[in-house]
Design a protein around this ligand. Structure first.
Ligand SMILES: Nc1ncnc2c1ncn2[C@@H]1O[C@H](COP(=O)(O)OP(=O)(O)OP(=O)(O)O)[C@@H](O)[C@H]1O
Ligand SMILES: [Mg+2]
Length: 459
């Protein structure tokens, strides 16, 4: 970065030409990027388009009042404003500060005074930018999600989450892997009054046992070998926001005791520290284990469970909310502007999704990335599942005719060869073609969207 840009950029809005030129010269000598104007109207254009760090603004301009400019622009641009007022004009200075100026200086002023004020304003600006950056870092894992459902059980969960969001009640989210526990926790945070504060994830499954305490509560310099500087823990980072204890069932017993103490009092000590620190956090936990069973087996503290599950919700696995499969599929496809054919969607509905929404998302995204055209059907690839064929195949109680069609479709998808299908079914190629045509007509598209055998189209 050049010296010029690193010093910062300043716009001088001053109608006293000789003063303005003098300031410009001195600032440029110090390495600032400087522009100047004496007119309010031009200043407005420059500020809106110019990306200045600091605006040095004289209140009395030839074509109007600098205060108006200040009122309009200070809240809406990233620039800091230092106002120049006439000697003894304290009421204007007060007015300027109220309108969002960072500082004011009175005429006549020395360059040193101006520079002190300028440096202060620049520091403030840099801090704001840094905060913005940190905030975006804290929230960077946030991604969009679809929080609509046609499933009555999940609908109940969503409405319960909406109801408790404005409170500080601790919520435990249960569900198999990939059902969207973290998605739901973030949704809860977003709906809460804490939404502009951090959402901090404590990944209890991946923190090594011996580091748990210091990860959660931080440590003081020299607390143990290797603690070369003070470290702020996750709990402290979450102050004002939500602390998400993910996979809480994985927390070792000794740490559970320490966590309980924190959850009860919302105070803690850094490892090696004496001071009791108080934070204001809302606790949301998630687990795919049965904590009540763990309590019975002596693997989880019942008093901790009692503290974290004031409200408990369970996200149903995807195989139990099949009505959402089309919804979610469309949602994942829409990001890539792709489409899927109804019979492939049928296939997705019939699969049991052991990896739940995560697995569905992966299957769709993979197909989107692989497919060149608008439709992704050819690239939808599901693992073989014998149990699906047996149990789920009959779930919607299909007629014999429907079953026959499904079986033909299944074989064709698997073998991609009409001769082989005919051989297995013990019928003629013509019969197979007829069935495939029926399927095609039923769904208006070729089965699976992937009937590449030209013979099919010849029929
Ligand atoms: N409702 C949803 N809308 C969009 N994406 C979702 C939804 N639910 C889950 N996902 C996606 O599925 C994946 C898994 O979600 P998430 O991490 O919340 O699940 P989890 O229950 O916490 O899983 P695990 O137990 O493995 O930690 C993520 O990529 C997430 O974006
Ligand atoms: Mg998770």
């Amino acid at each position: 970065m050049s010296k010029l840009t690193s010093m910062g950029s300043v716009l001088i809005v001053e109608d006293d030409e000789s003063l303005s030129k003098l300031i410009e010269k001195k600032l440029k000598q110090r390495g600032y990027r400087v522009e100047r104007t004496g007119e309010g109207k031009k200043a407005r254009d420059l500020i809106v388009n110019g990306n200045f760090d600091v605006v040095l603004l004289d209140i009395k301009l030839s074509d109007g009042n600098g205060l108006d400019l200040l009122r309009d622009l200070a809240p809406n641009t990233g620039a800091k404003f230092i106002v120049i007022t006439g000697y003894g004009d304290i009421s204007t200075a007060v007015e300027a500060m109220k309108s969002g100026a960072t500082d004011f200086i009175q005429k006549p002023f020395s360059f040193d005074i101006l520079e002190v004020s300028l440096k202060k304003a620049l520091k403030e600006k840099r801090l704001e930018e840094e905060n913005q950056r940190l905030k975006s870092f804290l929230f960077e894992r946030e991604e969009e999600a679809l929080l609509e459902t046609k499933n009555p059980k999940f609908a109940q969960v969503l409405s319960l989450i909406k109801n408790v969001a404005p409170t500080d009640i601790s919520v435990l989210i249960r569900g198999e892997t990939g059902t969207g526990k973290e998605v739901l926790a973030r949704y809860l945070h977003k709906l809460s009054p804490r939404k502009d504060k951090p959402f901090i994830v404590v990944d209890c499954a991946s923190i090594p046992d011996h580091l748990f305490e210091s990860e959660l509560f931080g440590h003081e310099k020299g607390a143990y070998t290797g603690a070369i500087s003070r470290k702020v823990g996750l709990v402290e980072l979450a102050d004002g926001g939500t602390l998400f204890l993910d996979e809480i069932g994985e927390i070792p017993m000794p740490v559970q005791a320490k966590l309980l103490r924190f959850v009860e009092r919302k105070t803690f000590r850094r490892v090696g520290g004496l001071k009791e620190i108080k934070v204001d956090v809302r606790i949301v936990s998630a687990t795919n284990r049965n904590l009540k069973d763990m309590v019975k087996k002596g693997e989880f503290r019942s008093d901790l469970l009692f503290r974290i599950n004031s409200v408990e919700v369970e996200i149903p696995p995807l195989r139990e909310r099949k009505e959402d499969i089309p919804l979610l599929t469309e949602y994942f496809l829409s990001r890539f502007k792709k489409r899927i054919k109804p019979q492939t969607l049928d296939l997705l509905r019939r699969y049991s999704w052991p990896g739940n929404v995560r697995e569905l998302k992966n299957v769709i995204e993979r197909a989107c990335l692989l497919s060149k055209g608008e439709f992704v059907d050819q690239h939808i690839c599901l693992p073989e599942e014998e149990s699906v064929c047996e149990e789920k195949f009959f779930e919607d109680l299909p007629s014999l005719k429907e079953l026959e069609l499904r079986y033909v479709a299944y074989l064709y998808r698997k073998l991609r060869n009409v001769d082989k299908v005919a051989q297995i079914l013990g019928c003629s190629r013509r019969t197979v073609f007829r069935k495939l045509k029926e399927l095609r007509e039923r769904d208006k598209y070729p089965e699976g969207g992937s009937l590449t055998d030209p013979a099919v189209h010849l029929y």
